[in-house]
Ligand binder design. Structure first.
Ligand code: DAH
Length: 355
């Protein structure tokens, strides 16, 4: 190798040794091997070399190029190892520190479903009303136009409590409808309210529990029609199930406290359980225009005020929304089930846009 080539090699070696980080190293690489680098320039000038010396000069340049490449890559490896070592010592983790525990709790799906229902009807302007679990016969049945010996009483599998005096025995409320009566007696119309709470019936299997939850709605105003009822419940169901095109069907039915009465069905696929399409219908709630006799029982003049009402099972809509096949685990406190179906307490109830 000629002197100029030997000098280039030793200068590069010295510069590499002086480089203490990868940025300095890269500057040297570019200065020697880059497009305008020293060695690149020498190789380009090879054509100007006298033909008799060109072969020898070419071989020397190639030899130098290999040597420089090797030296440059070797220094890179050294600098990378050093950088990693520095990082490893500076980022040391004390594994003896206790792990910060993640919160284990979750919101029970019934509580979460109730929050969602309240949020949706709340956005429509409803308040939430409350009543006792133990009701008199009159609130639970009589005022709702279900007199003694009415066949509808037989459907309710009522839990009767010991009678006091000669009054009919009190009951564990079989539905949330008695709170309609309490609300109408307590406040003058217009009324927009929902009731959400525990109800009781002597029935127990995969889809029935002796204690379950209902959501009742009561809207009283002037000039209310079936159209208002249909719009309100359709909006609710599409928002709750988060399916904008959910098919909703109103089917005429009978309840003693409404006239006319309608059961509400949503579209689903009976085979797969998927909601929103599939051509089958699933009954989801009961509703109707408040019976004039019920309004009159509460001192509201049915010629001036109309109302609509509805009732639905909280567990039922929760099961449908989350694809749960069985009702019983709701009450079993199985920690694995709660972890699976429980909601994150830090995620607020989501509201559908435009509610
Ligand atoms: N109380 C009824 C039940 O438990 C549900 C219901 C139906 C409530 C129609 C209503 C209504 O307010 O209008 O089966």
């Amino acid at each position: 190798m000629t002197d100029d080539l030997l000098a280039l090699k030793s200068d590069t070696d010295a510069a590499l040794a002086a480089a203490t980080d990868l940025r300095a190293w890269d500057a040297i690489r570019v200065a020697v091997l880059g497009r305008n680098g020293t060695l690149t320039g020498l190789l380009r000038d090879l054509g100007k070399t006298a033909p008799d010396q060109r072969r020898e000069r070419g071989a020397a340049l190639n030899q130098l190029k290999d040597a420089l490449n090797t030296a440059i890559e070797a220094r890179k490896a050294q600098l990378e190892t050093a950088a990693l070592d520095t990082r490893l010592t500076s980022e040391r983790i004390d594994v003896s520190l206790p792990v910060r525990p993640r919160p284990q709790g979750s919101i029970h799906p019934i509580a979460r479903t109730m929050e969602e229902i309240v949020a949706i009807f709340g956005a429509m302007g409803c308040t939430v009303s409350d009543g006792p679990d133990v009701e008199s016969d009159w609130y639970n049945f009589g005022a709702l136009n279900i007199p003694a010996h009415h066949p509808a009483r037989a459907d309710h599998d009522t839990f009767y409590l010991p009678a006091m005096g000669d009054k009919p025995p009190p009951v564990l409320r079989t539905h949330t409808s008695p709170v309609q009566i309490r609300t109408m007696l307590l406040q003058p119309p217009p009324i927009r309210t929902i009731v959400i709470g525990r109800t009781y019936r002597a029935d127990h299997d995969a889809t029935h529990s002796p204690m379950f939850h209902q959501c009742e709605g009561l809207i009283i105003d002037r000039g209310l029609t079936l159209g208002h009822l249909k719009g309100c419940l359709t909006d609710f169901l599409r928002t709750f199930f988060d399916i904008a095109s959910l098919p909703v069907r109103f089917r005429s039915s009978y309840f003693p406290f409404t006239e006319p009465s309608m059961e509400v069905d949503i579209g689903w696929n009976r085979k797969t359980g998927e909601l929103g399409k599939g051509g089958d219908w699933l009954e989801i709630l009961g509703s109707g225009m408040v019976h004039p006799r019920v309004l009159a029982n509460c001192g509201i003049d049915p010629r001036e005020w109309q109302g609509f009402a509805w009732g639905m099972g909280v567990e039922r809509v929760s099961m449908l929304k989350h694809g749960m096949p069985d009702l019983r685990p709701f009450y079993e406190s199985d920690i694995r089930w709660l972890r699976h179906y429980g909601a994150d307490p830090l995620v607020p109830t989501m509201l559908h846009e435009g509610v």
